[in-house]
Design a protein around this ligand. Sequence first.
Ligand SMILES: C[S@@+](CC[C@H](N)C(=O)[O-])C[C@H]1O[C@@H](n2cnc3c(N)ncnc32)[C@H](O)[C@@H]1O
Length: 215
Amino acid sequence: MRKAQRERLSDLLPQISIDSLDTLTDPSALFDTPVNAVWLEVGFGGGEHLAAQAQANPDIGFIGCEPFINGVARLVRTVESADIRNIRVYAEDARRLIEALPTRSIERCFILFPDPWPKRRHHRRRIVSPDTLDELARVMADGGQLRLASDHRDYVRWMLFHTLQHGAFEWCARGPEDWRTRPSDWPPTRYEEKAAQRGETSIYLEFIRRARADK
Ligand SMILES: C[S@@+](CC[C@H](N)C(=O)[O-])C[C@H]1O[C@@H](n2cnc3c(N)ncnc32)[C@H](O)[C@@H]1O
């Protein structure tokens, strides 16, 4: 990263950064104006999807997690140039943030094109895992939406297996068109576009967090 970029990042990031997980007792309080719901993106990369969603949904507060500092810098530039007010950033491991979130506080969660860790011995590093799904099931509101996507066939099967196996999530697909076609309110990501350039097709999985028995 160049010096000027570093200086800009150090000016702007503190304004939107979540530095203390203690402040997460009420995530909607992270935003300057009242929000109707809070949505979470895990591993936003360069932030293209996050920024587009935030612009399309100004009444929603967005939390984006991304430890890759060049990606954070890219998002911060977009936030500044497009004057986006409803994004907060956690520039570390999303799992720590999710653990700190209150129960039923997230209405929608995106995990788009997560690192596939293709070697079997690395599968335990995959972010979509029984442990993460347990935590997401806790923090997501009843009826909340979980959106997953990948161009990596084995990871798609893994995500589907573990999410269905978990029991708290219901897959919304009625037929192949639903997992082959990106919904119109789901902007593309950089990784998805790179995959398309390589001739890979992507799969889009949408789940609903089932209503809990205890109200
Ligand atoms: C393959 S990239 C996809 C980026 C973006 N979602 C896209 O589709 O263009 C996966 C991203 O997940 C981020 N990531 C990996 N582990 C993470 C974690 N534990 N918490 C948050 N982000 C993570 C990586 O830094 C990387 O930017």
